[in-house]
Design a protein around this ligand. Structure first.
Ligand code: ATP
Length: 234
């Protein structure tokens, strides 16, 4: 479904991604793990069109989307839930969700997806008129995910959904990610919480200072000595 080949990304003179190649098959949950600053967010931001790669290709369903405007990438079927769950704080929950559907015109489809989002996140339905900035951290994460789902993506990019959340809530969010995947959305998950990410992923890539150093079956990686030592706390 998504195939990145030899991608290089720079921030000015800083060479953030150094020849990354990776693949995501339809229906999978793939996770990208690695230490702070390894380039995980940069990878997601490049896929979603917020950054342009200097070289390399990003094929999505057979079409090269590298360097395309972000809005066209959403139209193509990819949606990102940004790190730090950036919601529009001054707007209501409903307005945030409506914005997620801004590229769509099919009113009936939008209404159906709104219903689906409320079924997945009942707490959002209870708070439709609340200002997004006054939601709790977990609720803002749910809203950011709900907003991304409103574009009806085939590939969902999640940047650190567990960040700053209590363990119980992390479990809830991860279970929702699995449900979303089971309902047919392919997922690329970036996480510092490698344990949790590997527990729900099919496959994983390990990123170290801009390069992919390991990849494979998530369960095998979770069992490997090297990964345990570096990312899973021994
Ligand atoms: P974290 O888990 O801490 O979010 P990450 O793996 O997502 O880390 P990135 O945010 O992708 O890492 O950063 C990769 C590298 O690029 C880091 O060295 C970072 O300092 C650098 N970088 C990120 N954003 C910028 C920017 N806007 N300008 C310059 N350098 C940047």
């Amino acid at each position: 479904m998504l195939k990145i080949n030899d991608m290089n990304v720079y921030y000015g003179a800083i060479h953030a991604l150094k020849g990354i190649s990776l693949e995501i098959n339809e229906g999978e949950i793939v996770t990208l793990i690695g230490a702070n600053g390894a380039g995980k967010s940069t990878t997601l931001r490049t896929i979603s069109g917020l950054l342009k790669p200097k070289t390399g290709t990003i094929e999505f369903e057979g079409k090269n989307i590298a360097g395309m405007p972000a809005q066209n990438i959403v139209k193509a079927g990819i949606s990102q839930v940004p790190e730090g769950r950036r919601v529009f704080a001054e707007m209501t929950v409903m307005e945030n969700l409506e914005l997620g559907a801004f590229i769509r015109k099919d009113k009936a489809g939008i209404a159906k997806d709104l219903k689906m989002v409320f079924e997945r996140f009942p707490r959002l339905e209870e708070r439709v008129n609340q200002q997004a900035g006054t939601l709790s951290g977990g609720e803002q994460q749910m809203l950011a995910m709900g907003r991304a789902l409103m574009s009806r993506p085939r590939l969902l990019l999640l940047d650190e959904p567990s960040m700053g959340l209590a363990p119980l809530l992390i479990r809830e969010i991860f279970s929702i990610i699995q449900d979303i995947n089971k309902a047919g959305t392919t997922v690329l998950l970036v996480e510092q919480n490698a344990n949790m990410a590997l527990s729900i992923a099919n496959r994983a890539y390990v990123l170290e200072t801009g390069r992919i150093t390991l990849s494979g079956d998530a369960k095998e990686l979770a069992a490997s000595e090297e990964v345990r030592k570096a990312y899973l706390g021994g």
